[in-house]
Ligand binder design. Structure first.
Ligand SMILES: [Zn+2]
Ligand SMILES: [Zn+2]
Length: 126
C-alpha cells in the first residue's frame, strides 16, 4: 500500500487516541482540512480491508481504531455510547473454524452491544 501523507495523518490521528473515532471526527481533527470527507472514508475503508484498523458501528456510524498486535475489541452501550475495552479471545477459535473450511483469515472484527449499568433500567424489562 502506498503510504501517502494523507494516509499517514489519518493513522497518526488514530494512533494518538484510545477512543475509537468516526470518519467525521477524524475529518474534524485534520489540520486545515487538507483532505475532504470522502477521502477520509475511502482511506478508512482501505485500512479496514487491510486489517490495519478495526471498526465498531453504532447508530449507522462506524467508529475506527487501530488494530494492534495484542488487539482488543469494544463493548458499547447503545444508549450513552460508553465504550469498554475487551481483550480478544477470538483468534484460537477463529483459526480452528478457518482450518475446517480451508479459509485464510486476514483479520477479524468484533463488537459487543448492550446497555451499561446506568442505562439498563430504561431499556431492559425485568
Ligand atoms: Zn449507557
Ligand atoms: Zn480480536
Amino acid at each position: 500500500m502506498r503510504m501517502t501523507s494523507q494516509r499517514k495523518s489519518i493513522l497518526n490521528l488514530l494512533s494518538k487516541t484510545s477512543q475509537p473515532k468516526s470518519a467525521e471526527m477524524i475529518f474534524d481533527e485534520i489540520p486545515n482540512h487538507t483532505m475532504n470527507l470522502s477521502t477520509v472514508y475511502r482511506t478508512l475503508d482501505t485500512f479496514f480491508e487491510q486489517g490495519i484498523i478495526s471498526k465498531s458501528t453504532m447508530h449507522n456510524t462506524s467508529y475506527y481504531y487501530i488494530n494492534k498486535k495484542d488487539h482488543h475489541h469494544y463493548m458499547i452501550c447503545l444508549d450513552c455510547q460508553k465504550m469498554y475495552e475487551m481483550d480478544c479471545h477470538l483468534d484460537v477459535f477463529a483459526d480452528q473454524v478457518a482450518k475446517e473450511h480451508h479459509f485464510t483469515i486476514t483479520h477479524h472484527d468484533m463488537t459487543v452491544y448492550g446497555y451499561c449499568e446506568s442505562c439498563q433500567q430504561k431499556h431492559i424489562e425485568k
